[in-house]
Design a protein around this ligand. Structure first.
Ligand code: SAH
Ligand code: SF4
Ligand code: F3S
Length: 437
């Protein structure tokens, strides 16, 4: 019987993309997917290091998998991704049950490493950053049945925001050749995928490795021409690099969804400076204005960190004020946590945990009221949704608007994978209800 693998994924969409990549490599190496970790002969934990909580989650899962291995010593256990990159060989010393540790740019070596383990059981640690990102796989059949999928267009980040571990664990920015990305898009569409999200830590600094003038908007223009592809999204773009050309794309490219995730992080210039974000509150507001001018219905979402070192009440109020001014469609909010080796870790005036919690609560409360108000404003309107599948509760179908809002509609299986016009009949905090027209 073929050996079975199980991959658990934590962290951002890049990791989801990487796990799909690993899954394809394993299928090519004649492994089969296991239903549960208990049935697996190989378990891969794909980890995230962005916040303390993410790290804790990964280590607690690792603990459970190590316990599983005690009962089944033949189990091969590996840690990959951002924590693997950060901790490297220290992990093998601390957890002797681990068989391999693969850093973010080395995951493509998984099949070779499994062969090594088979030959002589040797432990492997590979965390070289010099390697280019992994070559394409495009395994036929892998994406069948999916309505939407991710495509990584670049690895790494050169920005070094003072709180952030990503540039250390994902390395220097490297863009993939545009031909490769286009081929991958065409492959996904041939598998039935209708919507792709282009991924990068800062997609707006994408530049084709062999043509300096071919930048992110050029890629968007080409991708939106791929026949059979219905929708294109991207994430994330950095406000300091939001070019006029990219803004204009929202007015020109019909398949480009009217949604942008544009992390602002804080509303006070003093904090933005300490964060090394390299834009001001004013500049951010201008970006939003231009985007709304070009595409009035555009949804804008953001990330906010509360309790960055030195953030006082006045700074925090500036963030709340920015929320009221802009009225984001939604946001992700986080309490600042120290990351080893970052500039912010060494800063003074760390904010008390209790104050961070209070600020997070106030921020989320305000945003909830804004999101709800915006969602309610949509009742009675007609919107196009791409139907993705069965809803969480299983009794309805679920889809998303171009603005990335979830809409649940009554069952009709024929609609999966199709763009359907619906009348919005109900609005909640996290979803809308619709009736197909
Ligand atoms: N490349 C993206 C986001 C990367 S990480 C960007 O530039 O926006 C995702 C989010 O995690 C960040 O936007 C930030 O809000 C949050 N984050 C990163 N480091 C953090 C830290 N040390 N503490 C709390 N939140 C953090
Ligand atoms: Fe981190 Fe900043 Fe790079 Fe985003 S742009 S990944 S927040 S360093
Ligand atoms: Fe986490 Fe690495 Fe993504 S640190 S957020 S998995 S790039």
């Amino acid at each position: 019987m073929a050996r079975q693998f199980f991959i658990t994924t934590m962290g951002c969409q890049m990791n989801e993309y990487d796990s799909d990549y690993l899954g394809q490599l394993l299928l090519d190496s004649r492994y089969e997917p296991a239903e549960t970790p208990k049935n697996a002969d190989l378990i891969v934990i794909n980890t995230c290091a962005v916040r303390e909580k993410a790290e804790q989650k990964a280590f607690s899962l690792l603990g459970r998998m190590l316990a599983l291995k005690k009962r089944k010593p033949s189990l091969v256990l590996g840690l990959v991704g951002c924590i693997a990159q950060q901790e490297g060989s220290k992990l093998i010393k601390r957890f002797p049950g681990l068989n391999f540790v693969l850093g973010t740019r080395e995951i493509g070596r998984l099949p070779d490493i499994l062969t090594d383990i088979e030959i002589d059981g040797r432990k492997n640690v590979a965390t070289d950053m010099g390697h280019r990102t992994h070559p394409p796989v495009n395994r036929p059949g892998f994406f069948k049945g999916r309505v939407k999928s991710f495509i990584s267009i670049m690895e790494g980040c050169n920005n070094f925001c003072s709180y952030c571990i990503v540039p250390y664990v994902r390395g220097e920015e490297v863009s993939r050749p545009s031909e490769e990305i286009l081929k991958e898009t065409e492959h996904l569409v041939s598998e039935g995928v209708k919507e792709v999200t282009l991924l990068g830590q800062n997609v707006n600094s994408y530049h084709s490795p062999d043509n300096g003038t071919y930048r992110f908007p050029s890629l968007l223009r080409e991708i939106t021409q791929v026949k059979g592809l219905q929708r294109v999204r991207f994430t994330t773009s950095h406000p300091k690099d939001l070019s006029e050309d990219l803004t204009q794309c929202f007015g020109q490219l019909e398949k480009l969804c009217p949604h942008i995730h544009l992390p602002v992080q804080a509303g006070s210039d003093r904090i933005l400076k300490l964060m090394n974000r390299r834009y001001t509150r004013e500049k951010y507001l201008e970006c939003i204005q231009s985007l709304r001018r070009v595409r009035p219905e555009i949804a804008i979402t953001t990330d906010i960190i509360v309790g960055f070192p030195g953030e006082n009440d006045e700074d925090f109020n500036m963030t709340l004020d920015l929320l009221r001014k802009i009225e984001f469609d939604n946001l992700f909010s986080f309490k600042y946590s120290d990351r080893k080796g970052t500039l912010a870790e060494k800063m003074q005036h760390k904010v008390d945990e209790e104050i961070k919690s209070e600020r997070l609560y106030a921020l989320q409360k305000l945003q909830k009221s804004i999101t709800l108000k915006k969602n309610r404003g949509l009742t009675g309107t007609e919107m196009d949704i791409l139907v993705e599948g069965v809803s969480k509760r299983g009794d309805q179908l679920t889809g998303r608007t171009g603005t990335n809002k979830i809409v649940n509609i009554d069952h009709n299986y024929n609609m999966i994978g199709r763009i359907v016009k619906v009348l919005i009949t109900g609005a909640f905090l996290n979803s809308l209800r619709g009736k197909p027209l």
